[in-house]
Design a protein around this ligand. Sequence first.
Ligand SMILES: Cc1ncc(COP(=O)(O)O)c(C=O)c1O
Length: 362
Amino acid sequence: MIPIARPQVGDPEIENVVHVLRSGMLAGGRFVNDFEGAFADYTGTTYAVATTSGTVALDIALKALGIENGDEVVVPDFTFNATANAVLFQDAKPVFTDVERDTFCIDPNDVLEKISPRTKAIIGVHLFGHPFELSAIQDICEDHQLALIEDCAQAHGAEYTGRTVGSFGTVGCFSFYATKNMTTGEGGMVTTDDPEIGERLRLLINHGQSRKYSHTTLGYNYRMTDIQAAIGVAQLGRLDEFNRKRIGNAEYLNSHLDAPLKTPYKKDNIKHVYHQYVIKIGEEFPMMRDEFIRYLSDNGIGSAVHYPLPVHRQPLYQEMGYERDQCRCATRLSETVISLPVHPLVTDGDLKHICSIINGVS
Ligand SMILES: Cc1ncc(COP(=O)(O)O)c(C=O)c1O
């Protein structure tokens, strides 16, 4: 079976982890510092704070921004649940906005409809590796004095107008879960250029300690271990190579798939890093989606649906009373998308096989 996702780890990661294990400094050693420094350099930001997951990165970013009960945060309806849940963690309200039909990313026109006097921030998600329309969303944030959180969990190394994502917003939040463009197994990072926010993030991940045993604020233990950071340093060094392979795989699929389906759209001024290769199948496609997934599986091809429901239709949000009929584009996408393998370990032979099986649908 060609898996839908598979992390690429090898000698550089193994050597770094062995180094940590032999050093005895499993936490609080030099690798977390090194990883944070290298990540800040890579994203062109001043501060990078490593943490335990992408969900925690979003959580502490919102806490550092002072989001609290009574506040609203505008969130795209088509994303992984964690994006919206992080707003609930603050006792604040996620307000769902629709997404663009082509890029699947937050739709600036709909965002304008969702802003109220209670809105404090917008979270944009660079979904599947395609940066969202940063310039339009930045303008909205400026006009309405809102914080901008970039959810970069799926877009390490993606670029907008030649600049790396994670460097545009008030904060950028990354995930290093095992299937991401780079991994630490589990892990996360928050980037920012704001020294006050950088300082607050540091306190939040480390028990609110400004000095050892001096707890100036309510904090947590959300620190990354040196074992994770050792993997991260090695992965970051290979990220561009991983992304080149993803892009090459996506370009092959774009030019060789000729079944009646929509291949991923890419805007001109961006670098898409294909965290997922998401196609759309409509009425003209000869199979229903479930049947197509079975057909792919029977032919040794893994696939997945990202995402089978828009977030507002998740049982959690329905129970909270969110209106069922909203965000029509996100809802329609959830019925028509399907992700195909694009990760760096997909071989040329795999790509040929995927195309010949899909082009053979009837
Ligand atoms: C868009 C998005 N945001 C946030 C997260 C949460 O990251 P983590 O799984 O590291 O907690 C993910 C993870 O899949 C994600 O895809």
